[in-house]
Design a protein around this ligand. Structure first.
Ligand code: FES
Length: 103
């Protein structure tokens, strides 16, 4: 896994990391850390640059929205969801990112 610290991810920042060999997008939205599949559930374009609106991560390409808690799409154009990862902050500030059991 890519080593990353909370201090590396200020509010509004997004970074591509690797978790278990998979590309993951980690982001800080208004102080909350989220980690999701790097690629969109629609046409698998990168989600980097996505915005967050009403709890949805909105893809910058065709506007598909994905729930940040479940990874499910809110409707077309995406039919497939994205994986959601758990993010925890260790005592030294390093982030641990693991795949959620239900995604
Ligand atoms: S690739 Fe993300 S909405 Fe189409």
């Amino acid at each position: 896994m890519t080593r990353i610290f909370a201090a590396d991810l200020p509010t509004g920042a997004q970074r591509r990391i690797t978790v278990d060999g998979e590309p993951v997008l980690i982001l800080n939205h208004e102080g909350s850390l989220h980690a999701v599949s790097y690629y969109c559930g629609h046409m698998e374009y990168p989600l980097e640059g996505a915005t967050v609106e009403d709890g949805l991560l909105v893809c910058p390409y065709h506007g598909a929205g994905f729930c940040l808690k479940t990874g499910k799409p809110d409707g077309p154009p995406a039919m497939d969801g994205i994986h959601i990862y758990s993010v925890t902050i260790q005592d030294n500030g390093e982030l641990t990112v693991t795949q959620s059991a239900d995604t």
